[in-house]
Write a protein that binds this ligand. Sequence first.
Ligand code: GDP
Ligand code: MG
Length: 451
Amino acid sequence: MTDKKNLRTPIVCVMGHVDHGKTTLLDKIRGTAIVSGEAGAITQHIGATEVPIDVIVNKLGDPRLRDRFMVPGLLFIDTPGHHAFTTLRSRGGALADLAIVVVDINEGFKPQTYESLQILKRFKTPFVVVANKIDRIGGWASHKDMPFAATFKQQSPDVQGRLETKLYEVIGELYNQGFAAERYDRVTNFQKTLGVVPASAVTGEGIPDVLMVLLGLAQKFLEANLQYSAKNPGIGTVLEVKEEKGLGATLDVILYDGTLKKGDTVVIGSLGEPIRTKVRALLKPRELSEIRYESKFKQVSKVTAAAGVKISAPGLEGALAGSPIRVSTEENLEEIVAQVKSEIDEVRIDTGSVGVMIKADTLGSLEALVHEFQKDEVPIRKAEVGDISHRDAVEASTVEDPLYSVLIGFNVKVHPDARDFLQESTVKVFTSDVIYRLVEDYQKYVKEQQE
Ligand code: GDP
Ligand code: MG
């Protein structure tokens, strides 16, 4: 029997197409957790929100469920989108243990829906699909925060029929993408079949069901992954490098194993040699009741996985979003530095002499982008984290083959001096915040060139 104490909170990312309701869903989950009564039950982290199991079980309205689930709750990453998902990488995979893919039931699949599914398939991450905005179905009678089955029963047969039709369009699309899917309450084996929950992020209908399916997935698929010990040295991923007033460069980190303490020596990935520094302060957001304080943050002496925390320390300027952060002792410092370095190098691309140049904003997105272009057998000359600089522009312009005199930028800026240079040059530039679109646009360009 697994010991409950050794299971950490699973980390959940919300993905899906823009405007399909990711942010609203996250707000709803946070909101219902607060409203459900237990003040302080919900814990605000840096970059994430923790919903404890008791709050979820209360919502489900069946106290017997309390003993069925082993995990202590769910930790939702506050930044929605597959961007956060890919940024949050860990060695050999994704940091998020679970995901929610939100799709507007009235609009159906869109580019970022497909992209989310591709990413999750690649990382073999268990997920649930939320068929959102059911309250927009013609004639729908809303019942605030009700479980799906209960609100569905109260709809007229016409409305029920409309929902089923739209739902099975979503299920059909999933099938085309290689997923056997079914309305979640009709799934008998979640190992074989993907659950789809009809819901509304605005009215809260179906949201208890979403939480229950997530807990079920954690229970079925993740027990081994969630084993951890608070005694382990802390390991995390850098979510963001952020300038804070009075603190300088700080790191927002999601810790996924062990414990991180004030004063610990940590090693962090950067573009050059890994950074070695000592944690000066660990910061958490203040509770709403504490806003009389000047600073948004309060100090804590340690955090235990899974948690989101802000780290203040000297020398963090060059840290890379998406890179690992590991606690070391004096004895194993060199070993840990080598480990972090090799984790970063895994992502970097051997610079071939021929190929396109790729720039991305984080290590995780770079990895995803490189993967997609390699899948299409597009040669890559260089792949780096960072904005498109004048130097990049010049370098691309020296390539004669128009197929490779190409700059591909994901979620990065083009520096003004680079922009000026590029306007005068024949270099082809593609920028987007959708990976899929970059791949498609490049393919289209290649076809045009070959005609
Ligand atoms: P995101 O881009 O995926 O984060 O989408 P948002 O959460 O920002 O939602 C986009 C728009 O859809 C907003 O105007 C929301 O109020 C609305 N919306 C989101 N979920 C629902 C829903 O379940 N029902 C209805 N009627 N509107 C929704
Ligand atoms: Mg949003």
